[in-house]
Write a protein that binds this ligand. Structure first.
Ligand code: NAD
Length: 466
């Protein structure tokens, strides 16, 4: 008899996976619960069990999260599903961002111990978990934020209840289930990462008010950041940005032009760190525009078309219209009757400081350029239009004194010199990544230690080897 051993092996593997899942399924469906009460209760139980696990276990579980995200079919599926469900951004960018979150978010190594020894004994200061954390995630980076927060929060010993944006529900639930299943298969407690089947404002409110949720982390716009900061709980607020990019007369203009077009068009400008307005010194502004056009910018000079664009993509010049957030330059131009090819990545126009495109965080590849007399004026204007968000700013210059001046005065969490904005989150720039950049509450680049409490353990009496 001829037996295809490969086929038998595959069938056995499939059956085992199903048995595993059947045995491991808890009251919720792999971390997804009908009510917020059930979700929080399950996360609390999971976190208590998690306390008994070693740091080596935690490191293993973090690796499990990285691996499940990087599994080809998962990575490709959720990158496409995000674009389909939210209608924002582009598949290739989502693949880059998900990969970045999975590979460059710090894990347990972030939790460094302080030790003090002396005549009175030995004292340790260690990063200890909060318990159950409630994390609210945005439409603009729905899966990236879940990946990044799960890694950091679990590395620090917590369980996490996610409140996804309802418009990114399906893809977020897919990811939470996949993470839970992979963690359980690796021997982790069930329900370290949970959510509810129907995310809603009511459910988010229930989560924020739940007494068992000890810390809140909001990644989103000003409304939700204000809400978590008013909750009476320890809260991390990662809010809006409006990153200005300053270009002075000493910059490498050809390179600056390319970097700005690439940074601004990354995921159709969805990242909160992406270039949102240019402030250029007058003497190089024409040459910058010329080079940006060569790099994929389409310049709109007709005031009537600019007004039409304001009408089209904003609500009375005050807020972006959701249906245009994360759309491509090609699509937006087509809506005002201008047909261009996909090589056009950015819509560029000259504007004054008070123009809505300068003032409002649009999150679409529309980039106004404001001329100023000199670099000091540019720095002052950049500080004004950043609105004190303390989020991100970019500068192209070879003048070390002016680079230092802007870095000190603007006080943003991320300041990129002579590169595209995404260098600031580790794409072509040194350092780790985070998708929760907490300007308002000051944690800045959040990582495992941001989701932990510093606790002290004092052993009285000599315990040193000196
Ligand atoms: P959003 O503020 O509309 O939504 C964010 C989250 O908050 C969602 O889960 C939403 O359901 C929830 N939410 C909003 N209002 C709520 C309310 N009243 N009650 C309960 N829940 C509420 O933001 P968005 O459009 O999804 O994301 C874009 C915004 O997020 C931009 O302002 C962007 O700059 C910001 N953002 C910041 C960071 C950062 O790290 N600082 C990262 C990504 C996005």
């Amino acid at each position: 008899m001829n037996v295809d051993l490969n086929l038998v092996e595959r069938l056995v593997q499939k059956v085992l996976e199903q048995v595993d899942d059947a045995e491991l399924t808890t009251a919720g469906d792999c971390g997804v619960f009908a009510t917020m009460d059930e979700a929080v209760a399950a996360a609390e139980e999971a976190q208590r069990e998690y306390l008994t696990r070693s740091m080596a276990d935690r490191a293993k579980y973090v690796q499990v999260i990285r691996d499940v995200v990087l599994k080809k079919e998962n990575l490709e599926y959720m990158s496409q599903a995000t674009v389909d469900e939210t209608g924002m951004g582009g598949y290739e960018y989502k693949v880059i961002k998900n990969t970045l979150a999975a590979t460059k978010t710090p894990g347990v190594e972030d939790l460094t111990t302080e030790a003090l020894s002396g005549d009175d004994g030995l004292t340790l200061v260690e990063y200890s978990p909060f318990g159950v954390i409630g994390a609210i995630t945005p439409t603009t980076n729905p899966t990236e934020t879940v990946i990044c927060n799960s890694i950091g929060m679990l590395a620090a010993g917590n369980a996490v209840v996610f409140s996804p944006h309802p418009r990114a529900k399906n893809v977020t639930l897919f990811l939470i289930k996949a993470i839970n299943r992979a963690l359980m298969n690796a021997g982790a407690p069930a329900n370290l990462v949970v959510t509810v089947a129907e995310p809603s404002i009511e459910n988010t409110n229930a989560m924020m008010n739940h007494p068992k949720v000890r810390m809140l982390v909001a990644t989103g716009g000003p409304g939700i950041v204000k809400t978590v900061l008013s909750s009476g709980k320890k809260a991390i607020g990662a809010g809006a940005g409006n990153p200005p990019v300053v270009v002075d007369e000493t910059a490498d203009i050809e390179k600056a032009a390319k970097d700005i077009v690439n940074g601004c068009s990354f995921d159709n400008n969805l990242p909160c760190i992406a270039e949102k307005e240019i402030i250029a010194v007058d003497s190089i502004a024409d040459y910058l525009i010329f080079n940006m056009k060569n790099a994929g910018a389409y310049e709109v000079r007709d005031k009537k078309v600019i007004d039409q664009l304001v009408e089209l993509v904003t609500k009375e010049g005050k807020h972006p219209k959701t249906e245009f957030v994360g759309k491509s330059a090609q699509y937006i131009l087509s809506q005002v009757g201008i047909q261009v090819g996909p090589e056009v990545k950015v819509i560029l126009m000259e504007a004054t400081e008070d123009h809505p495109f300068v003032q409002v965080e649009l999150m679409m590849p529309i980039l106004p350029l404001v001329r100023v007399k000199n670099v000091d004026e540019a720095i002052d204007m950049a500080i004004r239009v950043e609105h004190g968000n303390r989020h991100t700013a970019i500068m192209h210059s070879r003048n070390v004194d002016k680079l230092t001046k802007m870095a000190k005065l603007i006080q943003t969490t991320i300041f990129v010199k002579n590169g595209p904005s995404y260098a600031g989150i580790g794409v072509g720039g040194m350092g780790h990544t985070t998708f929760t950049i907490a300007g308002p509450t000051g944690e800045g680049l959040t990582s495992a230690k941001s989701f932990a409490r510093r606790r002290k353990c004092v052993l009285v009496g000599g315990f040193d080897v000196r």
